[in-house]
Structure formats: structure tokens, C-alpha cells
Ligand binder design. Structure first.
Ligand SMILES: [Zn+2]
Length: 322
């Protein structure tokens, strides 16, 4: 018995050695995890933790939103972050007002419970007129980003932009919109530009996090100096965890990394502070001295590393499925 187990182990060990030798260099769970850790460095610890370390969760069920959490768990002050970009988000989720000569493009709309105070109230505090919002771009139709879309659509009548599969998901949902659904408006096309006044947001379809996830490229100005933002529209793996879904996700990370590089993006933004440290960086702005770089300006190499983290961590998760 013992010798049979022993020889089975020996064969297993030989097989492991053989398959390890046959695998392309670095194509193991450990090598992808190591690559992700290196890419994350100190810039993307939240992204690393969420996508490489903590257990993944599947897609959410079609249920009504839970009761709103206490205000002090999410409220944070709005802020002017660039000459033409204002933060009107929460401690957890981002919403951004991009100002132009002809009105405002709003990016993402938070949970329903936070949207009135954080977005409408935030804009008013910052001297912006919510009536001048002409476009609302929703990165994807999860409650934490699409929650305020109907409120914005009903009150201020902007054009509402979303990916086709996410419009479909809203229309199919039975329970997630107890106060009513945003009405289908502009269906985003890959490479489409949403142009208003002197500003333009390029939409990049990045299916994965949801089938209709939109990422974006746009310009901001820091004391007149133009800088390019790569906005990642969806990060965590709360989709059906199988090989085809991970392949779709990985391809989208590479597509967006290439778009960010081609555009010369030196700023990486996400719709969760967990992934881009937006709220912390906004606090750091108070200590910025003349001549110091803007806390959001991390450089092309760091922007590339963000997409390397999500790519490598998706490969780790994909490999663990086998
Ligand atoms: Zn989401």
C-alpha cells in the first residue's frame, strides 16, 4: 500500500515537474501574482487586494437595493480637482463633473441614496449649475454608478450614455429599480466621442466587469497644463467566473492599456476610491506646494501598471478555475 502511494506520489511529482517545465516561463498562479504585486507597488494596493487577494464574488442577484447606510459612512466634501474637473462623489464611489464652455459632462452617478446630496448638492457648493449638465455617462449599470441616473435624467434632462448590454440589463431587471428606471438614450459605440464645447470624452468599450462597461479617455487641465486621464469603468471580478468571461475581461484590460498609452495618459481614474485612491489624493491636494506634481498625475508608466495589475490578477483567477 505504502509503496503504491509512494510511487503514485513519485509519478505525480514527475508530472508536476514535466508540466511546470512545459509551461511557458512565468505562466503559473505564483508568477502572475508576483507580477501583479510588482505592478501594483504602493500605487494600486486596493486594486491588488480586491482582484488578487480577497475571495471573488459572483454577479449580484436581481433584488431591490438594501436600505441606505448612515450618511457619515459615505459623505465627503466635493472638491475642485483640476481647472475643469470637479469631484462630486462619496468616500467610496466617484462622480465627476467635467466642465466645458457649453455645459457639464457628468461621469457616473453613485448610488441613488447619495446622488442628490453628493452630485446636485456638491455641484451647487462648488458653484456649478446642475441644470447645465448636458451629458451623463454611466460606466456600467451597477447600482453604485447608475443609481442617480434616473434622478439626473428626470430633473435636468441631459443625454444619458451607456453601453448597449447594460441598457438591456436595466430593461430586463425586475427588482433593482423600485423608483423607476432611467430611460434608454444614447447607446455607446466603441471609439465614440462625446463632445461638448471645448471638451471631448472618448468612449472605449471594455466588456468584462459587465458586458457593457465603458472606459474613457479625456483631457483635464492643471493650472492650464493639459493632462490626459484614462478612466477605467469596471474593475472587480463580480461576473460569472469562467474562462470565457475572464478572457473577455483580460482582453479589455489590454485594450484600455493600449488606448491609455496611445493617448499618453498620465492619470488613472476609476469609479471606486478603493482602486484609484481618489478621496485620499483629494486630501493631499491641500498640502501641494507650487511646482509639485498634481497628486493624480502618476505618469504613463504607473498608468500602464494599473492595467497590468488587473490583467495579471485576472490571469491568477482564471488559472485557479482549472
Ligand atoms: Zn460594478
Amino acid at each position: 500500500m505504502t509503496s503504491r502511494i509512494g510511487s503514485a506520489l513519485a509519478i505525480a511529482a514527475m508530472f508536476a515537474l514535466t508540466s511546470a517545465a512545459a509551461a511557458p516561463a512565468g505562466d503559473t498562479v505564483d508568477s502572475h501574482l508576483a507580477a501583479a504585486k510588482t505592478a501594483a507597488a504602493f500605487d494600486f494596493t486596493g486594486t491588488l487586494a480586491r482582484t488578487c487577494i480577497v475571495p471573488q464574488t459572483g454577479p449580484g442577484r436581481d433584488v431591490a437595493p438594501p436600505a441606505p447606510p448612515a450618511r457619515d459612512t459615505w459623505f465627503t466634501e466635493p472638491a475642485k480637482v483640476f481647472d475643469n474637473l470637479y469631484f462630486v462623489g462619496t468616500k467610496i464611489h466617484s462622480s465627476w463633473a467635467l466642465t466645458t464652455g457649453d455645459g457639464i459632462i457628468l461621469i457616473d452617478t453613485l448610488y441613488d441614496y447619495a446622488s442628490d446630496e453628493a452630485i446636485v448638492g456638491g455641484m451647487k457648493k462648488l458653484g456649478l449649475d446642475p441644470n447645465s449638465v448636458k451629458y451623463v455617462i454611466v460606466s456600467h449599470a451597477h447600482g453604485d454608478h447608475v443609481g442617480g441616473a434616473k434622478m439626473m435624467q428626470d430633473r435636468f434632462h441631459p443625454r444619458l450614455v451607456m453601453g448597449a448590454p447594460d441598457w438591456d440589463a436595466i430593461e430586463k431587471s425586475q427588482n433593482q429599480y423600485p423608483k423607476g428606471k432611467p430611460k434608454r438614450d444614447i447607446v455607446a459605440a466603441d471609439g465614440q466621442k462625446i463632445t461638448l464645447g471645448d471638451a471631448s470624452v472618448t468612449l472605449i468599450t471594455t466588456p468584462g466587469h459587465t458586458p457593457g462597461t465603458l472606459s474613457m479617455i479625456f483631457q483635464v487641465k492643471d493650472n492650464g497644463r493639459p493632462l490626459t486621464v484614462a478612466y477605467s469603468g469596471g474593475t472587480a471580478f463580480n461576473f460569472v467566473n469562467d474562462v470565457p468571461h475572464f478572457d473577455t475581461y483580460i482582453n479589455s484590460q489590454r485594450k484600455m492599456a493600449a488606448a491609455a498609452a496611445a493617448a499618453g495618459a498620465t492619470i488613472l481614474m476609476s469609479n471606486h476610491s478603493e482602486f484609484d485612491n481618489a478621496v485620499t489624493k483629494i486630501k493631499l491636494m491641500a498640502a501641494r506646494k507650487a511646482g509639485e506634481p498634481h497628486p493624480f498625475e502618476i505618469g504613463r508608466e504607473a498608468v500602464a501598471r494599473y492595467f497590468r495589475v488587473t490583467d495579471e490578477c485576472a490571469q491568477v483567477a482564471r488559472m485557479k478555475l482549472r
